[in-house]
Design a protein around this ligand. Structure first.
Ligand code: NAP
Length: 391
């Protein structure tokens, strides 16, 4: 009934490749009732006879059968199989290689009717094409949801998708999975959110919550490169150690064991200029009361509320005194605001990686059948850096 699978911590940086292979074992549900036919695109036989085999491609996908209430349950999703039709002109067929599990999926999926494929981004390889702009062999970054194989028609807009699919930029010998993390949506969130909303200046102090996650760990490193004092808040001593000993954060606060206000005052006696807010709730209110004159707050996310029923959220805390008397500027943002500058963000972050100024880490779960566990693990804080599922 239960099997074990591996979560591999993969940490690399340009010119200094090293693997930190912490292996975490945890149980997952048996899905032996699903028997998918997987197209082996690497086999020469498959390539030669791909037109024939094409008609046999079956996709596995997770369908949303119940809206999440509080913590998502495995039974809210159903793993099903569907046979894909032949390609029409203009279409191409992709096979997923990596999936992203992100916090936004938890609240965002609630907007859509039951029966949709669970939302999410993936890196996928083009294995058949009737579209010259998307040739066989190229990889795409696409919001195709939790499904193994997909026929994409670039002229059809999927309402559940964050963006239209695009070809993964040339990132040399770096892993393609980075297109879902440091060189993709979370990386651009860090870059644009910090630069455009916080507008950091050398010598200032920034606090980042969710600091050991995909976005937070990235924000802290850019801020450090710019000459700020960087304070990270996260949920374990192991994460704090990673931030200070490997990423160069000036200090890190474990919000589960340390007093937040006193710890910030100790690390930043003159107060906080910028706050990059990934979590919301009590932690954020506490940080905002530590801010100084003309501080800027980038409200990126509020993961502390994602599992809550909106009608049962606490009545608001009183933040107005600090906002008024410290003359704070607080701005929410969604990264797609900078869709027209998307490639700029990717290239900036790629440059920092190549210069050794930006380190990344991935928590990789293996197996499409473990999507749900990887998703829940990320929401519960089991990831360090970007949470990824390898197909
Ligand atoms: N605005 C945008 O366009 C945009 C784009 C991307 C992401 N985001 C937001 O940015 C935030 C971070 O996203 P990410 O992809 O980088 O995820 P992530 O930080 O890699 O993973 C989520 C982390 O949230 C922390 N967490 C979970 N519950 C928490 C709670 N109750 N209080 C405090 N921390 C909690 C956990 O770490 P701990 O061990 O530290 O608790 C967990 O590892 C999310 O809020 C997300 O929605 C916004």
């Amino acid at each position: 009934m239960f099997k074990l699978f591996k979560v591999v911590q993969r940490e690399l940086s340009w010119g200094r490749h090293h693997f930190n292979a912490t292996v975490i074992a945890r149980p997952f549900r048996d899905i032996n009732d699903v028997t998918a036919t997987r197209l082996n695109t690497r086999s020469p036989w498959t390539r030669k006879f791909s037109t024939h085999l094409r008609e046999m491609v079956k996709a596995k996908k997770y369908v949303v059968v119940s809206h999440f209430v509080n913590e998502a349950k495995p039974t809210d999703l159903k793993l099903v199989e569907e046979e894909l039709p032949p390609l029409k002109n203009g279409e191409y067929l992709v096979e997923a290689e990596y999936f992203s599990v992100d916090p936004y999926m938890r609240p965002y999926v609630q907007r859509f009717p039951l029966g949709i494929t669970m939302i999410g981004g993936q890196i996928a390889k083009i294995i058949q094409s009737k579209n010259p702009d998307f040739p066989v062999g190229k990889k795409i970054v696409a919001s195709l949801g939790w499904r193994t194989h997909t026929i994409v028609n670039p002229n059809v807009v999927d309402d559940t998708a964050l963006q239209q699919p695009y070809i993964l930029p040339d990132i040399g010998d770096l892993p393609a999975s980075l297109g879902l993390g440091v060189l993709g949506m979370p990386g651009n969130t860090a870059y644009f959110g910090l630069m455009e909303i916080c507008k950091p200046k050398p010598g200032e102090t920034i606090v980042i919550t969710g600091a050991a996650g995909a976005v937070g760990s990235h924000v802290g490193q850019i801020a450090k490169n710019l000459g700020l004092t960087v304070i990270g808040i996260c949920g374990s001593d192991e994460k704090c150690k990673w931030l200070t000993e490997e990423l160069g954060f000036d200090s890190a606060i474990n919000y589960k064991t340390m007093p937040i206000a006193a710890s910030i005052r100790k690390a930043a006696p003159h107060g906080v200029d910028c706050y990059f807010d990934n979590v919301g709730g009590e932690i954020s209110s506490t940080v905002m009361y530590q801010m100084r004159q003309f501080g800027r707050v980038a409200v990126c996310g509020s993961i502390s509320s994602y599992d809550a029923d909106a009608s049962s959220l606490p009545k608001c805390g009183i933040l107005q005194p600090t906002i008024v008397f410290n003359q704070l500027k607080i701005e929410g943002f969604v990264v797609t605001r900078w869709n027209d500058r998307w490639n700029e963000g990717i290239m900036q972050n790629l440059r920092l990686i190549r210069e050794g100024k930006l380190h990344y880490r991935e928590t990789v779960t293996k197996g499409f059948e473990n999507m749900f566990d990887a998703f829940m693990g990320m929401l519960r804080g089991e990831n360090i850096g970007k949470a990824i599922v390898q197909a």
